[in-house]
Ligand binder design. Structure first.
Ligand SMILES: Nc1ncnc2c1ncn2[C@@H]1O[C@H](COP(=O)(O)OP(=O)(O)OP(=O)(O)O)[C@@H](O)[C@H]1O
Length: 405
């Protein structure tokens, strides 16, 4: 869909900005009432909507990195520390349409805040939370990641990882999971799409929207419900048990993920969710013969039908397939799109700090920001001019060189 914004009537030519009508776009609400003038179609000049540098507090926002059912995630830059970050943007209007949407967001913020007090290398870290009242948007600033393990699998030829790479990511996932369980937190939605990779190829467990914190004084890890992805749910849920072990639920999902990493398939698969639940409930699956014996043993332990007999996250972490060093082979699934070495922020930093001529030299022909678009009524969203004066200007200008890696 196209959007007409603020026609420019210079030289009798009407300029329309073309851009996607996007319910997440921060600019949309800021356009004044649109007035349509009748003009001959030959006089209309179509322009791509300028990409306007936007700030939320001290953070400069970049482009979209990913989207889920609750949120859109964009790249961001902390202009004070020059730390690259990701921002998860959640809109109240959208959350209201999703069952338990607002509740899940609050839970995610609460858990991430607790976890980020003593950050763990394999758990996403929450840096900051902002709320913009007039747009009813919540912004969670957190560790920047390049992609999810699901993105890597999708981009790989065989839809799986070589064993050494699967071993590396699984070991890190187990470390994160074991840490969560030691803090009485059940993730409840472990799957390759929620295992992100930072630029140094470290796994970060993310998306705590359906996670549950247990009573630290409780003798058990019993939980009641689960909202995880169907492919990864454990048999106790598929057959409709009322109560079950939270930790073992996460181990099952991690087991399905590991199976997927090393085979490119799933232990249970079907063309609809009812058949899938029936298959998981029956619990019959095959581990391919070509896998090494100790890996088969780990998978069998993680995918034990009866959760009482299933491995704990500690058993997983100390299993011989995990503790034994894997020889690295030449084959490697790489991070798609080279995003680790490029940043969507560069274009905005150039707009803010380079003269027109310099911009042409760098090969980025970005339009200068529309002056009126930099005005906002919010206290926490500042215009680039307001934000980047004095020392800040130097900070961000300096950041350019650090980003051109
Ligand atoms: N820290 C991050 N760095 C980079 N990309 C991220 C980050 N967090 C999330 N993403 C991307 O954004 C997508 C959506 O994020 P997330 O899964 O947190 O949203 P959600 O709406 O809660 O998702 P879901 O629909 O799975 O519940 C992810 O699949 C991932 O591709």
């Amino acid at each position: 869909m196209t959007r007409a914004a603020s026609p420019d009537l210079h030289d009798d030519i009407v300029h329309f900005n073309l851009g996607a009508s996007d319910p997440w776009d921060d600019d949309l609400d800021e356009y004044p009432e649109v007035i349509f003038h009748k003009v001959p179609s030959a006089d209309i000049v179509y322009e791509t909507a300028p990409r306007i540098p936007k700030f939320v507090g001290k953070y400069l926002l970049g482009d979209t990195l990913g989207e889920g059912s609750y949120a859109r995630v964009k790249e961001a830059l902390d202009t004070e520390t020059v730390r690259r970050a990701a921002v998860k943007i959640m809109k109240k209007k959208k959350l209201k349409k999703i069952p338990s949407g607002e509740e899940n967001m609050k839970r995610e913020i609460n858990l991430l805040q607790k976890l980020s007090k003593n950050s763990h290398p394999n758990i996403i870290e929450l840096y900051d939370v902002h709320y913009k009242a007039e747009k009813e948007k919540t912004y969670l600033f957190m560790t920047f990641c390049c992609c999810s393990l699901q993105d890597m699998l999708d981009a790989s030829e065989e839809k799986k990882f070589p064993l050494w790479q699967a071993h590396k990511y699984t070991f890190q996932t187990f470390q994160g999971l074991h840490y969560l369980h030691s803090r009485h937190i059940i993730h409840k939605d472990i799957k390759p799409a929620n295992l992100l990779l930072d630029p140094s190829h470290t796994v970060k467990i993310c998306d705590f929207g359906v996670a549950e914190e247990l009573d630290p004084f409780s003798q058990t890890d019993t939980i009641k419900g689960s909202q995880g992805a169907p492919m990864f749910i454990a048999p106790e849920i598929a057959v409709g048990k009322d109560v079950f072990s939270g930790q073992k639920l996460d181990v099952w999902s991690a087991g399905v993920s590991l199976y997927n990493f090393v085979t490119g398939n799933y232990p249970f698969n079907a063309d609809n969710v009812f058949k899938l639940y029936r298959k998981i409930g029956e619990g019959k699956y095959v581990i391919p013969d070509y896998l090494p014996d100790n890996l088969k043993n780990l998978l069998e332990g993680m995918l034990q039908y009866d959760f009482e007999n299933r491995f704990s996250s500690h058993d997983c972490l100390t299993h011989p397939w995990i503790t034994r060093k894997q020889n690295k082979s030449y084959d490697e699934v790489e991070i798609p799109n080279n995003i680790a070495e490029e940043s969507t922020l560069i274009q905005y930093l150039e707009q803010l700090h380079l003269e027109d001529g310099d911009r042409k030299l760098t090969g980025h022909s970005t339009n200068p920001p529309h002056s009126s678009s930099l005005q906002t009524s919010s206290d926490d969203i500042l215009s680039s001019d307001q934000r980047l004066s004095g020392d800040h200007m130097l900070d961000v200008a300096d950041s350019r060189s650090r980003f051109e890696v």
